[in-house]
Design a protein around this ligand. Structure first.
Ligand SMILES: Cc1ncc(COP(=O)(O)O)c(C=O)c1O
Length: 356
């Protein structure tokens, strides 16, 4: 036996950075994690009350995943055989990378991309080629096409976190069509955006589209992620790779009920989009920030050298946004989640007062 092999392994893991969770604050306006506060707490209280009536937590959730998938299938109008679920889309990312990628499979993605995805690539020692965002926070499709032959996997979050950028539909479709490795399109924020590529999974045998109920459905705490892919991929994942009971009974039953109210959530998404427009316009009117367009439920803006001061001063006033530092050529990037109308107004007033 090789002595100390296990300690060495642990030592190597300890050197990795790991995913850094946001700081925890209490009694604050929380606009740092792209959650959905546009939905009232009463709505969820009622949802959980209804959920309680429908479950017996002494039992394993036998058949529960399948019923949830049935609900998802009706929501996205896709056959159940093409859908799989996970404990948040985080877990689906983890299982795909851990099982289908390796040191030999290079990944093409953007810089920045979803932070957890990057950390997972490091954990599994998967090499990445990253195409940086330009000064206006958009991506150059030519650069993706030029690099696509050098890699085995393509991962794009569409829209992107943290920039809010989404390729033009035709461009992304072309990239997917031309790529013959594994394509992962992460649509966590798709309900706030212009389009989805889910329908392409019917004609493409190498495309996995990740989705979640954490954002537009506001159920981040329940950890319900799902994906759409061709039947072979979905079957291999669900029957072999995924755990027998990936989601707990509370999540399953609440998820099923929430999906039945999908019209309500799409109305909320429209409200969020309106509020997003208002935040972008108001921040632009202040004439001190570079404010980027967004197709997601957050807005990115560059505050240059003042970003740390603004971030700290907002916390002192009980408003937390995300401090991202430099992104490409833009110094001092801050990302604010679109919350309820009242939260957004409080944020806008606080930031305007800080500038005066
Ligand atoms: C692009 C992207 N994908 C996935 C996730 C994770 O979603 P879930 O809550 O389903 O794990 C996030 C969460 O912030 C995200 O920004």
């Amino acid at each position: 036996m090789r002595k100390g092999w296990f300690q060495k392994k642990v030592e190597n893991f300890s050197k990795l950075s790991g995913y850094k969770k946001p700081d925890k604050y209490s009694n604050v306006i929380k606009l740092d994690s792209n959650e959905n506060y546009a939905i009232s707490p009463d709505f969820f209280q009622r949802l959980i009350d209804e959920t309680k009536e429908r479950m017996d937590v002494r039992e394993y959730p036998l058949g529960g995943t399948e019923r949830l998938i049935q609900g998802l299938s009706e929501y996205i109008k896709t056959p159940t055989e093409m859908i799989g679920v996970g404990n948040g889309s985080d877990q689906i990312i983890d299982l795909i990378l851990g099982n289908f990628a390796s040191k030999e499979t290079k990944i093409l993605t953007s810089d920045p991309t979803f932070g957890f995805f990057e950390e997972r690539c490091k954990l599994y020692s998967i090499p990445t080629i990253k195409i940086p965002f330009d000064g206006n926070m958009s991506l150059n499709m030519e650069k993706f096409l030029a690099n696509s032959k050098k890699v085995e996997i393509l991962y794009l979050d569409s829209p992107n976190n943290p920039t809010g950028f989404q390729f033009q539909r035709k461009q992304l479709e072309k990239l997917i069509q031309e790529f013959d490795g594994l394509v992962i399109i992460d649509e966590a924020y798709v309900e706030f955006s212009d389009y989805s590529v889910v329908s392409m999974t019917k004609k493409t045998n190498n495309l996995v589209v990740l989705r979640t109920l954490s954002k537009s459905f506001g159920l981040a705490g329940l950890r319900i992620g799902y994906f759409v892919a061709n039947k072979k991929i979905a079957d291999a994942f669900t029957r072999v790779v995924q755990y027998p009971y990936p989601l707990n009974t509370v999540a399953i039953e609440a998820g099923i009920l929430a999906l039945r109210k999908s019209k309500y959530f799409s109305d909320i998404a429209e409200l969020v989009k309106k509020e997003r427009r208002r935040i972008i316009e108001k921040l632009r009117e202040m004439r001190v920030f570079k404010v980027f367009d967004s197709k997601a439920n957050f807005v990115l803006f560059a505050a240059g050298g003042s970003s740390k001061r603004i971030h700290k001063a907002l916390i002192e006033q009980g408003i937390v946004i995300k401090n991202l530092g430099r992104i490409g050529k833009n110094e001092g990037c801050l990302r604010v989640t679109v919350g309820s109308q009242e939260m957004n107004s409080r944020f806008l007033t606080a930031i305007r007062d800080l500038l005066n």
